[in-house]
Design a protein around this ligand. Structure first.
Ligand code: FAD
Length: 302
């Protein structure tokens, strides 16, 4: 998770739109692994609805003064800097936001708590408050007012990373389940010899390969500069659904052992549950796909 944040969540917008000076100060040491980055988008009152964030960065002379707070920040307890999404004006919600590099050691940054989670327990997740945090205006990434657009682009990379990151763990669960059920006997035969077991594992392995193909297609298009929002959203949706289905099915074949904390399958059952929630919930992915299919009802303005 932390590596994903470092490489594909907190830095793509900086790499694409940041000034050379900003890239030297924040991107180069992040790539080198000398500093830890985090991404500050979600807030206590705004997760799926990114446009409704409340954190403000108000321009005062050569500085921005930041007030507000962020929630669910991966690596937030240890990060050196945050790629922060904040409102920099009172304009329309998709045009009033900016991305800023915020040094986490700045005065007024308060790490309120480390959140106790059911999974991804080796990755720290923080709630953070900002109280009159002063950062130089040169820490703005790209143009003021373009933050929402930059973040939506940045999300595509985050979502593709999420899919890429889950493929091998899912394959490993299948492999370990084959090994376990091959040696575990019930009713005088290995559990794997039941057709419901080996057929199910074959179905799940097929689904993993389909997911891999969709990801490769999305990444190939992305590298060629094509808008991959639809395919990245489809892959992210499918990855979340498949991870839940696969870990649940495999865990069942482990019997009581699957319900212990001693085996990989139970850990991934918990860890991969995040896939359907983080980086945009399944329902948000469905809404994006529907937009591209032109089936999403238009919002009625009062
Ligand atoms: C472990 C972890 C790490 C995270 N790391 C980061 C991070 O580093 N940086 C960061 O900024 N954020 C991070 N997040 C936040 C994550 O992106 C949000 O949790 C996610 O976007 C969902 O927002 P929410 O939790 O506020 O859920 P809500 O917005 O409250 O939504 C709750 C549920 O409502 C449903 N829902 C929402 N919208 C719709 C809709 N339009 N139609 C139908 N149903 C809907 C969905 O089922 C959704 O799961 C992290 C979260 C977790 C749990």
């Amino acid at each position: 998770m932390a590596i994903g944040v470092q490489a594909d969540m907190a830095t793509p917008a900086l790499a694409r739109f940041g000034s050379d000076e900003l890239k030297r100060e924040f991107l180069a040491p992040t790539i080198a692994g000398d500093v830890v980055a985090c991404l500050g988008v979600s807030e206590p009152g705004a997760g799926s609805d990114v446009a409704s964030i409340k954190t403000k960065a108000v321009r005062k002379g050569d500085d921005y003064i930041v007030n507000g707070g962020k929630m669910w920040i991966t690596s937030g307890c240890q990060a050196d800097w945050m790629c922060l999404l904040a409102n920099t004006s009172d304009g329309p919600p998709h045009r009033n936001k900016s991305l800023l590099c915020l040094p986490m050691k700045s005065s007024g940054v308060h790490i309120a708590k480390k959140i106790d989670k059911m999974g991804m327990r080796s990755s720290d997740t923080a709630q953070i408050f900002f109280e009159d945090v002063r950062i130089p205006s040169k820490y703005l990434i790209g143009e003021e007012g373009m933050g929402f657009t930059y973040q939506m682009l940045q999300f595509q990379e985050e979502r593709m990373w999420g899919v890429a990151n889950i493929l091998v763990p899912l394959e490993n669960v299948i492999k370990e389940t084959i090994d376990y059920t091959r040696q575990r006997m019930a009713f005088s035969q290995p559990i794997l010899h039941n057709q419901t077991v080996h057929f199910r594992l074959a179905e799940l392995a097929t689904e993993v390969e389909l997911l891999r193909s969709l990801l490769y297609r999305a990444v190939a298009l992305y590298i060629h500069g094509t808008d991959v929002t639809k395919f990245a959203s489809m892959a992210k949706l499918k990855a979340g659904r498949l991870a839940r289905e696969l870990t649940d099915s495999c865990l069942q074949f482990w019997g009581g052992m699957g319900f212990t904390n001693e085996v990989l399958v139970s850990r991934l059952y918990r860890d991969t549950r995040l896939m359907s929630i983080g980086a945009g919930a399944d329902e948000v992915m469905l809404s994006i796909i529907c937009k591209y299919m032109d089936t999403l009802p238009k919002k009625q303005r009062p």
